[in-house]
Design a protein around this ligand. Structure first.
Ligand SMILES: Cc1cc2nc3c(=O)[nH]c(=O)nc-3n(C[C@H](O)[C@H](O)[C@H](O)COP(=O)(O)OP(=O)(O)OC[C@H]3O[C@@H](n4cnc5c(N)ncnc54)[C@H](O)[C@@H]3O)c2cc1C
Length: 498
Protein backbone atom coordinates (compact mmCIF):
# COMPACT_ATOMS: atom_id res chain seq x y z
CA UNK A 1 0.00 0.00 0.00
CA UNK A 2 1.23 3.49 -0.85
CA UNK A 3 2.42 5.55 2.12
CA UNK A 4 1.45 8.76 0.28
CA UNK A 5 -1.66 10.73 1.23
CA UNK A 6 -2.05 11.41 -2.46
CA UNK A 7 -0.26 10.59 -5.69
CA UNK A 8 -0.90 12.23 -9.02
CA UNK A 9 0.59 12.48 -12.49
CA UNK A 10 0.48 15.01 -15.31
CA UNK A 11 2.57 16.15 -18.23
CA UNK A 12 3.79 19.19 -16.27
CA UNK A 13 3.91 19.76 -12.54
CA UNK A 14 3.98 23.41 -11.46
CA UNK A 15 5.25 24.29 -7.98
CA UNK A 16 3.72 27.56 -6.74
CA UNK A 17 0.68 29.48 -8.01
CA UNK A 18 1.86 33.11 -7.92
CA UNK A 19 2.61 35.47 -10.80
CA UNK A 20 5.00 32.99 -12.41
CA UNK A 21 3.36 29.61 -11.71
CA UNK A 22 -0.16 30.75 -12.58
CA UNK A 23 0.96 32.33 -15.86
CA UNK A 24 2.79 29.13 -16.82
CA UNK A 25 -0.44 27.26 -16.01
CA UNK A 26 -2.47 29.68 -18.13
CA UNK A 27 -0.23 29.18 -21.19
CA UNK A 28 0.38 25.43 -20.90
CA UNK A 29 -3.28 24.62 -20.22
CA UNK A 30 -4.16 26.65 -23.30
CA UNK A 31 -1.69 24.50 -25.24
CA UNK A 32 -3.62 21.42 -24.11
CA UNK A 33 -1.09 20.14 -21.57
CA UNK A 34 -2.25 18.20 -18.54
CA UNK A 35 -1.13 19.97 -15.38
CA UNK A 36 -0.87 19.47 -11.65
CA UNK A 37 -0.48 22.70 -9.65
CA UNK A 38 0.99 22.43 -6.16
CA UNK A 39 0.63 25.26 -3.66
CA UNK A 40 1.93 25.35 -0.09
CA UNK A 41 -0.75 27.80 1.06
CA UNK A 42 -4.52 27.43 1.27
CA UNK A 43 -7.05 28.17 -1.45
CA UNK A 44 -8.94 31.17 0.00
CA UNK A 45 -11.97 32.49 -1.83
CA UNK A 46 -11.92 36.29 -1.67
CA UNK A 47 -15.42 36.50 -0.19
CA UNK A 48 -14.39 34.07 2.55
CA UNK A 49 -11.14 35.81 3.45
CA UNK A 50 -11.19 37.49 6.87
CA UNK A 51 -11.38 41.27 6.56
CA UNK A 52 -9.53 42.00 9.79
CA UNK A 53 -5.86 42.39 9.15
CA UNK A 54 -4.35 40.00 11.67
CA UNK A 55 -6.47 36.95 10.82
CA UNK A 56 -6.14 37.82 7.14
CA UNK A 57 -2.36 38.01 7.39
CA UNK A 58 -2.14 34.81 9.42
CA UNK A 59 -3.92 32.94 6.66
CA UNK A 60 -2.34 34.51 3.60
CA UNK A 61 1.10 35.96 4.40
CA UNK A 62 4.06 33.67 4.89
CA UNK A 63 4.91 33.60 8.60
CA UNK A 64 2.80 36.76 8.98
CA UNK A 65 5.62 38.72 7.38
CA UNK A 66 8.02 37.74 10.15
CA UNK A 67 10.61 36.10 7.89
CA UNK A 68 13.46 38.58 7.69
CA UNK A 69 16.82 38.88 6.02
CA UNK A 70 19.78 38.27 8.31
CA UNK A 71 22.45 40.91 8.85
CA UNK A 72 22.80 44.21 10.68
CA UNK A 73 19.53 45.41 9.17
CA UNK A 74 16.93 42.63 9.31
CA UNK A 75 14.38 43.36 6.59
CA UNK A 76 10.97 41.64 6.81
CA UNK A 77 10.15 39.85 3.55
CA UNK A 78 6.48 40.03 2.59
CA UNK A 79 5.38 37.02 0.54
CA UNK A 80 1.97 35.58 -0.14
CA UNK A 81 1.48 31.95 0.82
CA UNK A 82 -1.84 30.99 -0.69
CA UNK A 83 -3.28 30.13 -4.06
CA UNK A 84 -2.38 33.15 -6.18
CA UNK A 85 0.90 33.68 -4.30
CA UNK A 86 1.91 37.26 -3.62
CA UNK A 87 -0.48 38.51 -6.30
CA UNK A 88 -3.37 37.60 -3.98
CA UNK A 89 -2.16 40.10 -1.37
CA UNK A 90 -0.70 42.78 -3.62
CA UNK A 91 -1.87 46.19 -4.78
CA UNK A 92 -2.26 45.22 -8.42
CA UNK A 93 0.27 47.77 -9.69
CA UNK A 94 1.22 47.13 -13.30
CA UNK A 95 4.43 48.22 -15.03
CA UNK A 96 6.00 46.84 -18.16
CA UNK A 97 9.66 45.72 -18.16
CA UNK A 98 11.70 48.94 -18.58
CA UNK A 99 13.54 49.39 -21.89
CA UNK A 100 16.97 49.75 -20.28
CA UNK A 101 16.43 46.48 -18.40
CA UNK A 102 15.58 44.71 -21.68
CA UNK A 103 18.79 46.10 -23.20
CA UNK A 104 20.89 45.12 -20.20
CA UNK A 105 19.52 41.58 -20.00
CA UNK A 106 20.00 41.12 -23.75
CA UNK A 107 23.55 42.47 -23.80
CA UNK A 108 24.95 41.20 -20.51
CA UNK A 109 22.98 37.99 -19.95
CA UNK A 110 22.21 36.71 -23.45
CA UNK A 111 18.44 36.93 -22.92
CA UNK A 112 17.61 38.82 -26.13
CA UNK A 113 15.28 36.06 -27.37
CA UNK A 114 13.44 35.77 -24.07
CA UNK A 115 12.72 39.49 -23.84
CA UNK A 116 12.34 40.17 -27.55
CA UNK A 117 10.37 43.42 -27.79
CA UNK A 118 7.74 42.46 -30.38
CA UNK A 119 6.94 39.23 -28.52
CA UNK A 120 6.65 41.00 -25.18
CA UNK A 121 4.45 43.66 -26.76
CA UNK A 122 2.02 41.00 -28.02
CA UNK A 123 2.03 39.24 -24.64
CA UNK A 124 1.45 42.44 -22.67
CA UNK A 125 -1.60 43.11 -24.76
CA UNK A 126 -3.04 39.66 -23.95
CA UNK A 127 -2.29 39.95 -20.24
CA UNK A 128 -3.56 43.53 -20.01
CA UNK A 129 -6.82 42.55 -21.67
CA UNK A 130 -7.33 39.39 -19.63
CA UNK A 131 -6.38 41.00 -16.31
CA UNK A 132 -8.43 44.16 -16.88
CA UNK A 133 -5.52 46.56 -16.65
CA UNK A 134 -6.47 50.23 -16.44
CA UNK A 135 -5.37 53.49 -14.85
CA UNK A 136 -6.86 54.16 -11.41
CA UNK A 137 -9.88 56.41 -11.89
CA UNK A 138 -10.37 59.72 -10.04
CA UNK A 139 -13.41 58.20 -8.33
CA UNK A 140 -11.35 55.54 -6.53
CA UNK A 141 -8.12 57.47 -5.97
CA UNK A 142 -9.14 58.03 -2.35
CA UNK A 143 -8.05 60.85 -0.05
CA UNK A 144 -4.50 59.50 0.23
CA UNK A 145 -4.02 59.40 -3.56
CA UNK A 146 -5.67 62.80 -4.11
CA UNK A 147 -3.37 64.39 -1.51
CA UNK A 148 -0.32 62.95 -3.26
CA UNK A 149 -1.55 64.26 -6.60
CA UNK A 150 -1.84 67.76 -5.08
CA UNK A 151 1.64 67.49 -3.58
CA UNK A 152 3.08 66.58 -6.99
CA UNK A 153 1.37 69.57 -8.57
CA UNK A 154 2.74 71.90 -5.91
CA UNK A 155 6.31 70.62 -6.13
CA UNK A 156 6.36 69.93 -9.89
CA UNK A 157 6.98 66.20 -9.43
CA UNK A 158 6.16 63.64 -12.17
CA UNK A 159 3.22 62.00 -10.38
CA UNK A 160 0.47 59.97 -12.04
CA UNK A 161 -2.43 57.69 -11.17
CA UNK A 162 -1.26 54.08 -10.88
CA UNK A 163 -2.12 51.56 -13.60
CA UNK A 164 -3.50 48.39 -12.00
CA UNK A 165 -5.13 45.09 -12.94
CA UNK A 166 -8.36 46.24 -11.30
CA UNK A 167 -10.52 48.10 -13.83
CA UNK A 168 -13.66 47.38 -11.78
CA UNK A 169 -12.10 48.63 -8.50
CA UNK A 170 -14.68 50.08 -6.13
CA UNK A 171 -12.10 51.63 -3.82
CA UNK A 172 -12.66 49.32 -0.87
CA UNK A 173 -9.00 49.66 0.26
CA UNK A 174 -8.75 45.92 0.84
CA UNK A 175 -6.05 44.86 -1.63
CA UNK A 176 -3.78 43.44 1.07
CA UNK A 177 -6.54 41.29 2.58
CA UNK A 178 -7.79 40.10 -0.83
CA UNK A 179 -10.22 42.19 -2.88
CA UNK A 180 -13.70 41.20 -1.58
CA UNK A 181 -15.35 42.09 -4.88
CA UNK A 182 -12.79 40.21 -7.00
CA UNK A 183 -12.12 43.41 -8.93
CA UNK A 184 -8.35 42.97 -8.70
CA UNK A 185 -7.44 40.23 -11.14
CA UNK A 186 -4.88 38.46 -8.99
CA UNK A 187 -3.93 34.94 -10.05
CA UNK A 188 -6.36 33.26 -7.61
CA UNK A 189 -9.32 34.80 -9.44
CA UNK A 190 -7.91 34.83 -12.99
CA UNK A 191 -5.24 32.49 -14.37
CA UNK A 192 -5.61 29.72 -11.78
CA UNK A 193 -9.39 29.30 -12.32
CA UNK A 194 -8.74 29.56 -16.07
CA UNK A 195 -6.24 26.68 -15.94
CA UNK A 196 -8.48 24.63 -13.63
CA UNK A 197 -11.41 25.11 -16.02
CA UNK A 198 -9.19 23.60 -18.72
CA UNK A 199 -8.52 20.54 -16.57
CA UNK A 200 -5.50 21.46 -14.40
CA UNK A 201 -5.64 19.80 -10.97
CA UNK A 202 -4.85 22.14 -8.08
CA UNK A 203 -3.57 20.74 -4.77
CA UNK A 204 -3.44 23.47 -2.11
CA UNK A 205 -1.71 22.98 1.27
CA UNK A 206 0.87 20.84 -0.54
CA UNK A 207 4.45 21.92 0.10
CA UNK A 208 7.03 20.56 -2.31
CA UNK A 209 10.12 19.40 -0.53
CA UNK A 210 12.21 18.42 -3.56
CA UNK A 211 12.24 17.72 -7.25
CA UNK A 212 12.74 14.07 -8.19
CA UNK A 213 15.66 13.68 -10.60
CA UNK A 214 16.35 10.57 -12.66
CA UNK A 215 19.04 10.23 -15.32
CA UNK A 216 19.64 13.98 -15.45
CA UNK A 217 15.91 14.73 -15.90
CA UNK A 218 13.21 16.14 -13.61
CA UNK A 219 10.50 13.50 -13.33
CA UNK A 220 8.31 14.71 -10.48
CA UNK A 221 8.19 16.15 -6.99
CA UNK A 222 7.63 14.98 -3.43
CA UNK A 223 6.51 16.86 -0.38
CA UNK A 224 4.24 17.29 2.61
CA UNK A 225 0.49 17.72 2.76
CA UNK A 226 -0.16 20.41 5.38
CA UNK A 227 -2.93 20.63 7.94
CA UNK A 228 -5.25 23.56 7.19
CA UNK A 229 -5.27 24.82 10.79
CA UNK A 230 -1.80 24.11 12.13
CA UNK A 231 0.07 24.15 8.79
CA UNK A 232 2.05 21.17 10.08
CA UNK A 233 2.69 18.16 7.82
CA UNK A 234 0.00 15.49 8.05
CA UNK A 235 1.37 13.14 5.39
CA UNK A 236 3.40 12.91 2.19
CA UNK A 237 2.52 13.28 -1.48
CA UNK A 238 4.25 12.46 -4.75
CA UNK A 239 3.44 13.75 -8.22
CA UNK A 240 4.98 12.35 -11.39
CA UNK A 241 5.65 14.61 -14.38
CA UNK A 242 5.92 12.97 -17.79
CA UNK A 243 7.16 16.11 -19.55
CA UNK A 244 8.74 18.09 -16.75
CA UNK A 245 8.67 20.16 -13.57
CA UNK A 246 8.30 23.93 -13.37
CA UNK A 247 9.42 25.49 -10.10
CA UNK A 248 7.76 28.84 -9.33
CA UNK A 249 7.92 29.21 -5.55
CA UNK A 250 9.18 32.82 -5.61
CA UNK A 251 12.72 34.17 -5.23
CA UNK A 252 13.16 32.91 -1.65
CA UNK A 253 11.53 29.47 -1.88
CA UNK A 254 12.46 28.42 -5.40
CA UNK A 255 16.17 28.27 -4.49
CA UNK A 256 15.22 26.38 -1.31
CA UNK A 257 13.41 23.72 -3.38
CA UNK A 258 16.36 23.49 -5.79
CA UNK A 259 18.91 23.26 -2.98
CA UNK A 260 16.86 20.56 -1.21
CA UNK A 261 16.89 18.69 -4.52
CA UNK A 262 20.69 18.63 -4.43
CA UNK A 263 21.30 21.34 -7.03
CA UNK A 264 24.14 23.75 -6.34
CA UNK A 265 26.17 26.10 -8.55
CA UNK A 266 24.75 29.61 -8.43
CA UNK A 267 21.41 28.56 -6.92
CA UNK A 268 20.52 31.12 -4.24
CA UNK A 269 23.14 33.67 -5.34
CA UNK A 270 22.29 37.16 -6.69
CA UNK A 271 19.30 37.75 -4.38
CA UNK A 272 18.10 41.28 -5.07
CA UNK A 273 15.18 43.40 -3.91
CA UNK A 274 13.41 46.74 -3.89
CA UNK A 275 13.20 47.32 -0.13
CA UNK A 276 10.70 49.98 0.86
CA UNK A 277 10.03 52.34 3.75
CA UNK A 278 6.94 54.36 4.65
CA UNK A 279 6.30 57.84 6.06
CA UNK A 280 3.03 58.77 7.74
CA UNK A 281 1.71 62.25 8.46
CA UNK A 282 -1.20 64.01 10.10
CA UNK A 283 -3.21 66.45 8.04
CA UNK A 284 -5.67 69.18 9.11
CA UNK A 285 -8.57 67.52 7.25
CA UNK A 286 -9.58 63.83 7.30
CA UNK A 287 -7.68 61.78 4.70
CA UNK A 288 -9.89 58.71 4.92
CA UNK A 289 -7.49 55.88 4.10
CA UNK A 290 -10.35 53.43 4.64
CA UNK A 291 -11.66 54.14 1.15
CA UNK A 292 -10.00 54.36 -2.25
CA UNK A 293 -7.40 52.20 -3.96
CA UNK A 294 -4.89 50.74 -1.51
CA UNK A 295 -2.26 52.19 -3.85
CA UNK A 296 -3.64 54.70 -6.35
CA UNK A 297 -0.98 57.33 -7.10
CA UNK A 298 2.77 57.16 -7.74
CA UNK A 299 5.84 59.25 -8.47
CA UNK A 300 8.27 57.19 -10.56
CA UNK A 301 11.82 58.55 -10.14
CA UNK A 302 13.67 55.62 -11.67
CA UNK A 303 16.74 57.58 -12.70
CA UNK A 304 17.17 58.49 -9.02
CA UNK A 305 16.80 54.80 -8.15
CA UNK A 306 13.42 54.88 -6.42
CA UNK A 307 9.67 55.11 -6.80
CA UNK A 308 7.26 56.83 -4.41
CA UNK A 309 3.71 55.46 -3.97
CA UNK A 310 0.63 56.24 -1.92
CA UNK A 311 0.00 53.35 0.46
CA UNK A 312 -3.22 53.23 2.44
CA UNK A 313 -3.09 50.93 5.42
CA UNK A 314 -5.85 49.40 7.51
CA UNK A 315 -6.14 51.10 10.93
CA UNK A 316 -4.56 48.18 12.86
CA UNK A 317 -1.38 48.55 10.84
CA UNK A 318 -1.39 52.33 10.64
CA UNK A 319 -1.61 52.54 14.44
CA UNK A 320 1.76 50.80 14.73
CA UNK A 321 3.31 53.54 12.57
CA UNK A 322 2.15 56.40 14.81
CA UNK A 323 4.79 57.38 17.39
CA UNK A 324 4.32 58.31 21.01
CA UNK A 325 3.10 56.70 24.20
CA UNK A 326 0.36 57.15 26.76
CA UNK A 327 -1.85 60.22 26.33
CA UNK A 328 0.01 61.59 23.30
CA UNK A 329 -0.40 58.31 21.41
CA UNK A 330 -4.03 58.03 22.46
CA UNK A 331 -4.71 61.52 21.15
CA UNK A 332 -3.10 60.64 17.82
CA UNK A 333 -5.02 57.38 17.63
CA UNK A 334 -8.29 59.24 18.10
CA UNK A 335 -7.36 61.23 14.97
CA UNK A 336 -6.35 58.21 12.86
CA UNK A 337 -8.63 59.27 10.02
CA UNK A 338 -6.51 62.43 9.59
CA UNK A 339 -3.41 60.41 8.73
CA UNK A 340 -2.02 59.64 5.30
CA UNK A 341 0.88 57.40 4.38
CA UNK A 342 3.24 57.29 1.41
CA UNK A 343 6.08 54.87 0.78
CA UNK A 344 9.20 54.48 -1.30
CA UNK A 345 10.57 51.39 -3.06
CA UNK A 346 14.32 51.60 -3.59
CA UNK A 347 16.09 49.85 -6.46
CA UNK A 348 18.97 48.67 -4.29
CA UNK A 349 22.34 47.69 -5.70
CA UNK A 350 23.03 45.20 -2.90
CA UNK A 351 23.17 41.49 -3.69
CA UNK A 352 22.39 38.79 -1.13
CA UNK A 353 22.19 35.04 -1.00
CA UNK A 354 19.62 32.39 -0.06
CA UNK A 355 20.97 29.28 1.66
CA UNK A 356 19.33 26.45 3.60
CA UNK A 357 18.96 26.58 7.38
CA UNK A 358 18.99 23.54 9.67
CA UNK A 359 15.34 22.69 9.12
CA UNK A 360 15.71 22.90 5.34
CA UNK A 361 14.02 26.31 5.13
CA UNK A 362 15.64 29.31 3.44
CA UNK A 363 17.92 31.86 5.11
CA UNK A 364 18.34 35.16 3.27
CA UNK A 365 21.57 37.07 3.81
CA UNK A 366 21.24 40.62 2.53
CA UNK A 367 22.65 43.97 3.54
CA UNK A 368 21.81 47.32 1.90
CA UNK A 369 24.89 49.23 0.73
CA UNK A 370 25.66 52.76 2.00
CA UNK A 371 24.63 54.08 -1.40
CA UNK A 372 21.26 52.26 -1.13
CA UNK A 373 20.64 53.88 2.24
CA UNK A 374 21.57 57.30 0.86
CA UNK A 375 19.00 56.93 -1.93
CA UNK A 376 16.34 55.81 0.54
CA UNK A 377 17.11 58.86 2.68
CA UNK A 378 16.81 61.16 -0.33
CA UNK A 379 13.43 59.66 -1.21
CA UNK A 380 12.17 59.92 2.37
CA UNK A 381 13.23 63.58 2.41
CA UNK A 382 11.19 64.18 -0.75
CA UNK A 383 8.14 62.46 0.77
CA UNK A 384 8.43 64.65 3.89
CA UNK A 385 8.61 67.77 1.71
CA UNK A 386 5.58 66.62 -0.29
CA UNK A 387 3.59 66.08 2.88
CA UNK A 388 4.43 69.50 4.27
CA UNK A 389 3.56 71.07 0.90
CA UNK A 390 -0.03 69.89 1.29
CA UNK A 391 -0.43 71.00 4.86
CA UNK A 392 0.79 68.13 7.04
CA UNK A 393 1.08 69.33 10.63
CA UNK A 394 3.15 66.36 11.82
CA UNK A 395 5.31 64.12 9.62
CA UNK A 396 6.61 60.85 11.06
CA UNK A 397 9.56 59.52 9.05
CA UNK A 398 9.79 56.46 11.30
CA UNK A 399 13.59 56.47 11.38
CA UNK A 400 16.00 55.85 14.25
CA UNK A 401 18.28 58.68 15.40
CA UNK A 402 16.14 61.46 13.94
CA UNK A 403 13.21 63.22 15.63
CA UNK A 404 10.03 61.15 15.38
CA UNK A 405 8.03 64.19 14.30
CA UNK A 406 9.04 66.77 11.68
CA UNK A 407 6.95 69.95 11.40
CA UNK A 408 8.87 72.37 9.18
CA UNK A 409 11.08 72.41 6.11
CA UNK A 410 13.97 73.26 8.46
CA UNK A 411 13.26 69.96 10.29
CA UNK A 412 13.35 68.11 6.95
CA UNK A 413 16.62 69.80 5.98
CA UNK A 414 18.12 68.71 9.30
CA UNK A 415 16.93 65.15 8.60
CA UNK A 416 18.47 65.27 5.11
CA UNK A 417 21.82 66.35 6.60
CA UNK A 418 21.84 63.52 9.17
CA UNK A 419 24.19 60.68 8.34
CA UNK A 420 22.01 57.60 8.70
CA UNK A 421 23.23 54.14 9.59
CA UNK A 422 21.88 51.17 7.68
CA UNK A 423 19.88 50.03 10.68
CA UNK A 424 18.15 53.41 11.12
CA UNK A 425 15.63 52.88 8.33
CA UNK A 426 12.93 50.26 8.86
CA UNK A 427 12.72 48.62 5.47
CA UNK A 428 10.36 45.92 4.23
CA UNK A 429 10.74 44.08 0.96
CA UNK A 430 8.11 42.49 -1.25
CA UNK A 431 9.83 42.66 -4.67
CA UNK A 432 12.41 39.86 -4.64
CA UNK A 433 14.57 38.56 -7.49
CA UNK A 434 17.55 36.75 -8.86
CA UNK A 435 18.20 33.48 -7.02
CA UNK A 436 17.98 31.14 -10.02
CA UNK A 437 19.35 33.65 -12.50
CA UNK A 438 18.71 33.18 -16.22
CA UNK A 439 21.47 33.63 -18.78
CA UNK A 440 23.16 32.09 -21.78
CA UNK A 441 26.45 31.45 -19.94
CA UNK A 442 26.15 28.40 -17.62
CA UNK A 443 29.04 29.66 -15.50
CA UNK A 444 27.08 32.84 -14.66
CA UNK A 445 23.53 31.55 -14.42
CA UNK A 446 21.31 28.69 -13.22
CA UNK A 447 18.81 28.43 -16.09
CA UNK A 448 19.20 29.19 -19.78
CA UNK A 449 17.29 31.72 -21.90
CA UNK A 450 14.52 29.08 -22.20
CA UNK A 451 14.39 29.03 -18.36
CA UNK A 452 15.44 25.37 -18.34
CA UNK A 453 18.11 24.37 -15.84
CA UNK A 454 21.52 24.28 -17.54
CA UNK A 455 22.29 20.75 -16.34
CA UNK A 456 18.92 19.12 -15.55
CA UNK A 457 16.64 18.46 -18.49
CA UNK A 458 12.92 19.20 -18.15
CA UNK A 459 13.42 21.29 -15.04
CA UNK A 460 12.31 24.88 -15.59
CA UNK A 461 12.19 27.85 -13.22
CA UNK A 462 9.41 30.31 -14.04
CA UNK A 463 9.17 33.08 -11.47
CA UNK A 464 11.01 36.17 -10.23
CA UNK A 465 14.05 34.04 -9.35
CA UNK A 466 15.18 34.03 -12.98
CA UNK A 467 15.51 37.82 -13.22
CA UNK A 468 19.23 38.63 -13.41
CA UNK A 469 18.65 42.10 -11.98
CA UNK A 470 15.99 44.02 -10.13
CA UNK A 471 13.91 46.46 -12.19
CA UNK A 472 13.14 49.73 -10.46
CA UNK A 473 9.43 49.20 -11.15
CA UNK A 474 6.79 46.90 -9.67
CA UNK A 475 7.55 43.44 -11.01
CA UNK A 476 4.42 41.30 -11.39
CA UNK A 477 3.67 42.27 -14.99
CA UNK A 478 7.26 41.62 -16.06
CA UNK A 479 7.25 38.25 -14.30
CA UNK A 480 4.02 37.29 -16.04
CA UNK A 481 5.24 38.45 -19.45
CA UNK A 482 8.62 36.72 -19.24
CA UNK A 483 7.04 33.49 -17.98
CA UNK A 484 4.31 33.70 -20.64
CA UNK A 485 7.02 33.91 -23.31
CA UNK A 486 9.04 31.01 -21.89
CA UNK A 487 5.97 28.79 -21.40
CA UNK A 488 4.76 29.54 -24.92
CA UNK A 489 8.14 28.55 -26.33
CA UNK A 490 8.18 25.40 -24.20
CA UNK A 491 4.79 24.38 -25.60
CA UNK A 492 6.00 25.11 -29.16
CA UNK A 493 9.18 23.06 -28.64
CA UNK A 494 7.11 20.16 -27.32
CA UNK A 495 4.78 20.35 -30.32
CA UNK A 496 7.76 20.31 -32.69
CA UNK A 497 9.26 17.31 -30.90
CA UNK A 498 5.98 15.35 -30.96
C1 LIG B 1 2.16 42.90 -0.02
C2 LIG B 1 2.69 42.87 -1.42
C3 LIG B 1 2.34 43.87 -2.32
C4 LIG B 1 2.85 43.85 -3.62
N1 LIG B 1 2.39 44.77 -4.53
C5 LIG B 1 2.75 44.62 -5.83
C6 LIG B 1 2.14 45.41 -6.83
O1 LIG B 1 1.23 46.18 -6.56
N2 LIG B 1 2.57 45.28 -8.11
C7 LIG B 1 3.59 44.41 -8.45
O2 LIG B 1 3.99 44.37 -9.62
N3 LIG B 1 4.14 43.60 -7.52
C8 LIG B 1 3.73 43.67 -6.24
N4 LIG B 1 4.24 42.82 -5.31
C9 LIG B 1 5.24 41.84 -5.75
C10 LIG B 1 4.64 40.74 -6.60
O3 LIG B 1 3.41 40.30 -6.06
C11 LIG B 1 5.65 39.60 -6.68
O4 LIG B 1 6.86 40.13 -7.20
C12 LIG B 1 5.20 38.45 -7.53
O5 LIG B 1 3.96 37.95 -7.13
C13 LIG B 1 6.25 37.35 -7.46
O6 LIG B 1 5.85 36.30 -8.29
P1 LIG B 1 6.47 34.85 -8.07
O7 LIG B 1 5.77 33.94 -8.99
O8 LIG B 1 7.95 34.97 -8.17
O9 LIG B 1 6.16 34.47 -6.55
P2 LIG B 1 4.81 34.52 -5.72
O10 LIG B 1 3.77 35.31 -6.41
O11 LIG B 1 5.18 34.93 -4.34
O12 LIG B 1 4.31 33.01 -5.71
C14 LIG B 1 5.06 31.96 -5.14
C15 LIG B 1 4.09 30.89 -4.64
O13 LIG B 1 4.81 29.67 -4.46
C16 LIG B 1 4.35 29.05 -3.27
N5 LIG B 1 5.43 28.16 -2.80
C17 LIG B 1 6.64 28.52 -2.33
N6 LIG B 1 7.35 27.43 -2.00
C18 LIG B 1 6.56 26.36 -2.27
C19 LIG B 1 6.75 24.97 -2.11
N7 LIG B 1 7.89 24.45 -1.63
N8 LIG B 1 5.73 24.13 -2.47
C20 LIG B 1 4.55 24.63 -2.96
N9 LIG B 1 4.34 25.97 -3.10
C21 LIG B 1 5.34 26.82 -2.76
C22 LIG B 1 4.10 30.22 -2.35
O14 LIG B 1 3.25 29.84 -1.27
C23 LIG B 1 3.47 31.23 -3.29
O15 LIG B 1 2.07 31.06 -3.35
C24 LIG B 1 3.76 42.82 -4.01
C25 LIG B 1 4.10 41.81 -3.12
C26 LIG B 1 3.56 41.82 -1.83
C27 LIG B 1 3.94 40.71 -0.90
Amino acid sequence: MSHFLFEDEAEHVIVGTGAGGATAARVLSDAGRSLVLLEEGPNLRPDQRPTDLLTGMAQAVRDMGSQTTTGATPIPLLQGRLVGGSTAINSGIIWRLPEDVIDHWSREHGLGDLVERAALERIYEVIERELEVAETGEDVLGGNGHLMARACEKLGLPGKPITRNARRCQGRAHCLQGCPSEARQSMDVSYIPMAVARGARLHALSRVERVLLEGGRAVGVEGDVLDADTRRPRGRFRVRATRGVIVAGGAVHTPAVLLRSGLRGLVGHRFQAHPGAAVSARFPEPVGMGTGATQGYEVPMRTDGFKIESLSLPPEMLATRIPGAGKAWQERLSALDYYGQWAVQVRMKAHGRVTLGWGGGPIVRYEPLDDDVARAQKAIGIICRMMLAVGATEVHPGIGHVPETLRTIADVEAFERTRLRRSDIHFMASHLFGTACAGSDPTRSVVGPDLQHHQVRDLHVMDASVFPTNLGVNPQHSIMAVVYRAAERLAQAERRAA
